[in-house]
Design a protein around this ligand. Structure first.
Ligand SMILES: Nc1nc2c(ncn2[C@@H]2O[C@H](COP(=O)(O)OP(=O)(O)OP(=O)(O)O)[C@@H](O)[C@H]2O)c(=O)[nH]1
Ligand SMILES: [Mg+2]
Length: 156
């Protein structure tokens, strides 16, 4: 039986505008997907309860704005993060190349106690587009498997 104690884990989703951060969060938490694009303004979070082995966790998942003009709320909410999900669009090399900037900015603002071992999850989205024919980012699957831990079951 699961322990009654819940551990809060703060997860931050970062990546370029339009890569699908909001869609991923809605799919993961509410099992809902919309084709319409509505840019995220600032940041907002949803929570999801998950059980791992005999422990219960509350994931506090922060969805952030990819558009620079909507990042005005600042990055105060980066602080105290337990994990950061870096999202790219597999059909956009630019969105993949920019992840290094997102990662560096995150480490500066969140200033985790052990930056070298901070858990980042790399997530390539939109694999369905054009039946996979538009895909430009190819990464070794072992690298992705190593990076994925929390979001490995987005379609659950
Ligand atoms: N085909 C396809 N479209 C997707 C997928 N994920 C998201 N989209 C679409 O891509 C567009 C952008 O998705 P969002 O989730 O709003 O992107 P975002 O990263 O939150 O964008 P910002 O809020 O501006 O940072 C929307 O029209 C979504 O419907 C996917 O896996 N496949
Ligand atoms: Mg969004």
């Amino acid at each position: 039986m699961a322990s009654r104690r819940r551990t809060l884990l703060k997860v931050i989703i970062l990546g370029d505008s339009g890569v699908g951060k909001t869609s991923l969060m809605n799919q993961y938490v509410n099992k809902k997907f919309s084709n319409q694009y509505k840019a995220t303004i600032g940041a907002d979070f949803l929570t999801k309860e998950v059980q791992f082995e005999d422990r219960l966790f509350t994931l506090q998942i922060w969805d952030t704005a990819g558009q620079e003009r909507f990042q005005s709320l600042g990055v105060a909410f980066y602080r105290g993060a337990d994990c950061c999900v870096l999202v790219y669009d597999v059909n956009s090399m630019k969105s993949f190349d920019n992840l290094n900037n997102w990662r560096e900015e995150f480490l500066i603002q969140a200033s985790p106690s052990d930056p070298d071992n901070f858990p980042f999850v790399l997530l390539g989205n939109k694999v369905d587009v054009d039946g996979g024919n538009s895909r430009v980012v190819m990464i070794d699957i072992h690298f992705i498997a190593f990076s994925m831990n929390i979001f490995s079951g987005v379609d659950c």
